[in-house]
Every structure is written in structure tokens, then in C-alpha cells.
Design a protein around this ligand. Sequence first.
Ligand code: GTP
Ligand code: MG
Length: 206
Amino acid sequence: MYSLLSGLYDYLTQKPSYKILVCGLDNSGKTTLLEQVKKMHGQKYMDFKKITSTIGLNICKLEKSNGEFTLWDVGGQVVLRKLWEKYFNEAHGLIFVIDGADDMRLPEVKETLHHVFTTQPSHDLESVNTTTAFDQLPVLFLLNKQDSKGFKGVDFVTERTNLGHLLTSAQRRNSESMVMAVSAIDTQGIEGALAWIMAAVSESSK
Ligand SMILES: Nc1nc2c(ncn2[C@@H]2O[C@H](COP(=O)(O)OP(=O)(O)OP(=O)(O)O)[C@@H](O)[C@H]2O)c(=O)[nH]1
Ligand SMILES: [Mg+2]
């Protein structure tokens, strides 16, 4: 009887669990961000200087009052990018990390954004048709390396990558999207970014 009641109690008090996929080009700082999040939450983390390019999956679990959130950090090298979409079905939200200090790679960011989130070639940008994943999941675009001298700022990156068109099209869909600047190294903006994606994910899953 006790185990039946405790089982029922566990069931009723069980928190929902959400998966958030962290993708973006190689070297944008995804793993450093995840390790910093672990550090900020008192978890075991990797020395930032020892982080190498990700091949598999790096995971960070966060227990919050409104649910259990698992962040999945996947590799951003060209050959690994086609794997991102395989995780979209299981994800409740996406974080797309952009190196905000590397303007040389912004054209590649632009191509990748259009390849991953739209259903049309990148030259046709006036009326963006977005993918089902983009239409249905909350998406947070994080401009990382805000601490860096070469950081370009939200307006510059938004314009160079056509992120603006994606965001405008996002206003027509049900799910939310947002652009924020952070520094994975010195923690600027990370708390706000986590708060936004967690709230958006739990809200959109209702
Ligand atoms: N200045 C600065 N450098 C950063 C920041 N975040 C990451 N880096 C540096 O950027 C480089 C790449 O970081 P990673 O975390 O390995 O990048 P990644 O996106 O996980 O790369 P892949 O695993 O190859 O997809 C490293 O040299 C980091 O120290 C940041 O906020 N500021
Ligand atoms: Mg990595």
C-alpha cells in the first residue's frame, strides 16, 4: 500500500523534462558555454583551456523548480552539422550560438542559418519560409564572445547574417525566438539567456 501511494506521489510530483539542443558553427563557443553553465551551477566542469572541438555529445542537466532541463551540445564542424537536424525531433528548444567576434565567418553563419532553418536557397530572402522545427520550437540565437574586443554587436550580426529576416518570419509563427549577447568566458548574459530559453520551452510545451 505504501509503495503504491509513494509511487502515486512520485508520479504527481514528477517534474517535466525538457531537452534543449545547442548548435552553431565550430569554434563559436558552445562547449565553453556549457562548461561555464555547469560551473555556475556548482557542477563538475572541464577546464576551459582543455576543451577541444566536440565530436560526440556534451550534456548538462539543470534541475529547476519548473522542470529538468537537459542541454545537448553538439559538434559544429561541417561534417557534423547534418546531425543537428536528427536531434530536432527530440528537442523542446534550440540555442544557436554565433561567434560575435568573428566577422570573417558571418557569411558561413548566414548560409548555415538558411540551410538549417529555411526551406529555400539563401538568395531568396525576402519571404523566408522556415522549417517545421523553426516554426514549432523556441529558438535563442546567442552572440557569444561579448568580452572580446572584436565583438560586433547584435545589430551588425543580425544584418550580416540575415537573422532579421528569420526573426521577422518568427513573429508570424507560434513559437518564440530571441537574440541575446553573452560571454561564455566571463558569464555576462548567461543567466538571462538560460532564464529566457527555459521559460520559452516550458511555456511552449503546455
Ligand atoms: N573570448 C572568448 N572566447 C571564447 C568564448 N567562448 C569560447 N571561446 C573560445 O572559442 C574557442 C572555441 O570554443 P569551443 O567551446 O570549443 O567551441 P565549440 O562551439 O564547442 O566548437 P565545436 O565543438 O568545434 O563545435 C576556444 O578557444 C574558447 O576558449 C567567449 O565567450 N569569449
Ligand atoms: Mg564543442
